[in-house]
Design a protein around this ligand. Structure first.
Ligand code: GLN
Ligand code: ZN
Length: 745
């Protein structure tokens, strides 16, 4: 079998199937409509399809074990025996134990789900408690390797590397690294015995800030694994940024290949140059962006690759990270503007780019396709550009909070501890059906609008009945909080099948921001105004903020993200002004993704937070003092960005807190946050109905950190995934609890 790496590879590939076949199969298995064997048959079919596709594309080194029923970090946990006792105790089959860790079982809570670096993929956090004894279990990588080999395809199994595995675990600690490395050593030996010639170990944790001890540990790991007598050749892959001091550490180990992301970490090149020469190692150059959907500038990539060939004995070309983060195949998108299509590359197209680049590095650039024509003039919008150029700091400033708070109180006359919700109400089967009928053409636009208006009316009446203070229209008309705006803004495109795995069987279809952004017409005003016409209580307008819109889209790379964020902010600003003119007195601008796109290295975080906060303020500073601006944040630990949350200058911030036990309030108090705050007092991620006294307790705890006149009572996120019975019961408890705390704090 070949011992050289070859010219081209990818670090991983989408596993959901071109038509989300895996999602359907896994969900059918969960629902009990297919059995384990049928699930496995579908899975094997999907794996074979990927391998054959990669081979037919003439990719030299083909990865395996990149398939997963749920998550590759969970797969690695299983491979090293890190299955917590509470799941082992269930005595289920290996497959059902695996799904129990991901989805819970009986009363056992799942492993925690958290974001995979700065992507929209979420992994399950391994729990490395004292009860875990690491034991090698290489059955999955070995059987997938054998499966590919039976098809005549030699593959390179991929595993999360031991250091990254522990750093991503709970607790995040390298204390048990030496022990774990011995388990990896046994796995590598087993792979070698199965015929594996190359293995890929992913160590992306080292593109984030790491201590010297942690970097030493990395060196120790790969020195130890490198010394093994019977092992495959080792390719250590890193991605999502610059390796920094971990690069010379890795270069000092006996591993045969090191992968570097030259897209998200262009500085890796200079660092490599400074470290040269480095013996017979292969450098796997991540030149094709695996994290975004734009075509590669092939000539620029070759130039970088050529710089590398002067430094290393052998250079191979790869995707910058796994292609897991992009949709499968562009060729099925037939409704996109051809001028956009020719600028895009999804996973399949990126494989072709990698192969082309690998060949060009060896044989020269003669066969590279012609460069793209300039972008269509229509994608540049002069009015937006002029507006952006003329902005001054005053456009991101409102009057002082004291003045605003007084004006808002005079106008809104809210009680102490006002009650509200985060925006969405249950997305019922009827709502989804209406949307499907609209798409299928069996319901016309007017009919659809009627159904949505009926839902708004229902939601308003329900909230009045429950006695909430600030109402919402319920967002029935929104398929998704980003897509809804993307569909109405210039500069955005939507795909038909551009699905990307978010977690488990859940996939999202991010819009593409390809050109200048502008609002064609008001986007939410008729809905909010209609809702407001039904009640004398204030109805909150509901917008998605610029940072979140960018975070959940594929964003153009031909201008700084901050400029694109400001363009989106200007469109939202126009919307807030129109909402205000339509009689809306409270406007919420959601930024759940604020923390999510925080750069991985501390040195880059301030610049990001500055423009992110600036864009939010640009979006929200166009309204009068007596219009109350809310924001909502969730899905994260916010400790790291707490000063940025303060800097948003929203009048009221609602924040996920029910799971983190109100710690966020102490954090806010510590930095002197002095405006309104609504810590979530009902965890909407679970179907459990919180009791009145439980909410009372949470509010009383909150009052110790924040005075009651600045405190709001609300759930910790939107209610779209819940059902009406739970929502009614829970909100009833919430209103009663607020009443009780008001009268007896
Ligand atoms: N307003 C949105 C909703 O209620 C907020 C969703 C979110 O925070 N992810 O659905
Ligand atoms: Zn939320």
């Amino acid at each position: 079998m070949s011992t050289t790496f070859g010219q081209s590879t990818v670090l991983g590939y989408p596993r959901i199937g071109a038509d989300r076949e895996l999602k359907r199969a896994v969900e059918a298995y969960w629902a009990g409509t297919i059995d384990a064997e049928a699930l496995e048959t579908t899975a094997a079919g999907l794996r074979a399809e990927v391998w054959q596709q990669l081979r037919n594309a003439r990719l030299d080194s083909i990865p395996s074990n990149t398939f997963s029923y749920y998550d590759h970090v969970l797969d690695t946990a299983v491979a090293v025996g890190a299955i917590p006792e509470r799941f082992r105790r269930l005595g289920r089959s290996a497959l059902d134990t695996y799904f129990a860790m991901a989805r819970g079982a009986d009363t056992e809570p799942t492993l925690e789900l958290t974001k995979w670096f700065d992507t929209n993929y979420h992994y399950l956090v391994p729990e490395i408690g004292p009860g875990i004894t690491f034991t090698p279990n290489p059955a999955k990588p070995i059987s997938e390797y054998a499966e590919a080999r039976a098809l005549g395809i030699e593959t390179r199994p991929v595993l999360v590397g031991p250091a990254t595995f522990l750093l991503l675990s709970k607790p995040s600690s390298l204390d048990r690294l030496d022990e774990l490395v011995e388990t990896y050593a046994q796995i590598l030996t087993a792979l070698a015995e199965a015929g594996v010639t190359w293995v890929q170990l992913d160590e992306p944790a080292y593109v984030t800030d790491r201590t010297l001890d942690e970097i030493d540990a990395l060196q120790r790991v790969y020195t130890r694994l490198g010394e093994l007598k019977n092992r495959p050749r080792i390719f250590v892959a890193t991605y999502f940024g610059e390796l920094g001091d971990a690069l010379p550490a890795l270069l000092g180990t006996p591993v045969e290949a090191i992968g570097l992301d030259l897209v998200a970490g262009p500085g890796n090149l200079a660092r490599l140059a400074a470290a040269a020469p480095f013996g017979g190692k292969t450098i796997v150059a991540g030149l094709v962006d695996g994290h975004n959907i734009w075509r590669t500038d092939l000539r620029a990539a070759v130039t970088n690759g050529t710089t590398l060939t002067a430094l290393a004995d052998h250079v191979a070309v790869s995707s910058s990270c796994s292609l897991l983060h992009v949709p499968v195949d562009l060729s099925v998108e037939t409704r996109l503007d051809p001028a956009l299509t020719e600028r895009l590359a999804f996973a399949r197209q990126k494989v072709d780019e990698v192969v082309l680049l690998g060949t060009a590095l060896r044989d020269g650039t003669a066969d590279l396709p012609a460069p793209l024509p300039p972008t269509p003039a229509g994608w540049r919008l002069t009015a937006v550009r002029e507006k952006l150029a003329s902005l001054t700091p005053a456009d991101r400033e409102r009057a002082g909070y004291g003045q605003r708070a007084a004006a808002q109180q005079a106008r809104l006359n809210l009680p102490e501890l006002p009650t509200t919700t985060i925006g969405s109400f249950p997305q019922t089967a009827e709502l989804r059906r209406a949307r499907a009928q609209l798409r299928a053409g069996t319901l016309d636009a007017a009919g659809y609008r009627e159904r949505m208006r009926a839902e708004v009316e229902h939601v308003i009446h329900l909230q009045e009945r429950l006695g909430l203070d600030v109402l919402v229209h319920g967002e029935p008309e929104r398929n998704d909080m980003v897509q809804y705006f993307g569909e109405q803004l210039d500069g955005f495109a939507a795909t038909d099948s551009g699905w990307v795995q978010s977690y488990g069987s859940r996939c999202v279809r991010p819009p593409i921001i390809y050109g200048d952004v502008a609002r064609k017409a008001p986007m939410t005003v008729t809905w909010s105004a209609y809702a407001q016409s039904l009640t004398t209580k204030p109805v909150k307008g509901m917008l998605t903020g610029p940072v979140t819109i960018l975070a959940w889209s594929f964003v153009r790379t031909d201008q700084p993200r901050s400029d694109t964020a400001d363009q989106v902010a200007l469109a939202l600003r126009d919307e807030t002004v129109d909402l205000e003119a339509a009689g809306i007195t409270v406007i919420q601008v959601d930024e759940p993704a604020l923390r999510e796109t925080l750069p991985l290295r501390r040195a880059d975080q301030k610049a990001y937070l500055d423009w992110a906060v600036g864009a939010f303020r640009l979006a929200t500073s166009g309204v009068a003092d007596d219009t109350q601006v809310h924001t909502h944040l969730c899905y994260s630990e916010f400790g790291e960005v707490i000063t940025a949350i303060d800097a948003l200058d929203a009048d009221v911030t609602s924040i996920e807190a029910s799971r983190s036990k109100m710690e966020v309030l102490d954090d806010l108090a510590a930095i002197g946050y002095s405006r309104g705050v609504g810590p979530g007092v009902w965890d909407i991620h679970s179907p459990r109905i919180p009791s009145e006294s439980e909410i009372v307790d949470a509010l009383r705890r909150a009052v110790t950190a924040v005075p009651a006149r600045r405190l709001w009572a609300n759930p910790d996120c939107g209610l779209k995934t819940r059902g009406y019975p739970e929502v009614e019961a829970s909100l009833k408890h919430l209103v009663a609890a607020a009443d009780r705390v008001r009268s007896r704090p």
